[in-house]
Write a protein that binds this ligand. Sequence first.
Ligand code: ATP
Length: 242
Amino acid sequence: MSIEAGGSTRPSLICREVGARYGLLEACRNISLQVDPGEIVALIGPNGAGKTSLIGALNGTVAGSGEVLLNGNNLMGMATHRRSRAGLATVPEGRGLFPTLTIGENLALGARLAPSTERAAAIEEAAGRFGFIRERWNTAAGSLSGGEQQMVAVAKCLAGRPTVLLLDEPSQGLAPIIVGELAEALNGLRTTGIAILLVEQNQTLVSITADRFVLLAAGQVVSQGGRAELADRERMAMAYFK
Ligand SMILES: Nc1ncnc2c1ncn2[C@@H]1O[C@H](COP(=O)(O)OP(=O)(O)OP(=O)(O)O)[C@@H](O)[C@H]1O
């Protein structure tokens, strides 16, 4: 499926039978899922379920198998930087910022993935999504709070005008009020048509952002569902969240 966003047709992220391995250890296998434009899909599951490994197989930082289809191309087998160029952006668990560079410099680096004629506008747009960014433009990223760093990391990815955003545990270490701000920002990205795959163990963030969830356990998909099931907070909390 694809929708019109910002005047252009956006593709879905389609994963077919994706696996990830570390040598002989198979961290996940046969994962098939789809994230449509403007959709937020939460990848949930207990510690060690294989969520981060799946993200790695998608972006090329972990050995992967299967198909990762975006815009008619199979990204599996491509080098990581080529997958980024193809529109797949990742905010990794450690956030991936350059701590000694300023916010502005980090966004400028992110924008290098956007076509050169679009970079200035892409930076402007990404910065505008988070209130504090403009005010603290010349501040070193490493001196920001955890929540601010998380938002700058998202903005850095957005500056590259990606089609798909992979987010690995963005709420980790953040105060509840900051998680709320992050949720608001993620929900605000729907209108851009970006497809978001959100690895998350924070039940609040998942329940207020995700359109659908995919539940992994022991490296396999054991359940999938929509908002209705996500709303069953108690069952989810008892079974799968920290
Ligand atoms: N670099 C690595 N080398 C070897 N095995 C690894 C490596 N990273 C993860 N694993 C193993 O792969 C399996 C899946 O781990 P993974 O980190 O993907 O799970 P997860 O669902 O993201 O868990 P968590 O929520 O704790 O991050 C686990 O058995 C883990 O021990």
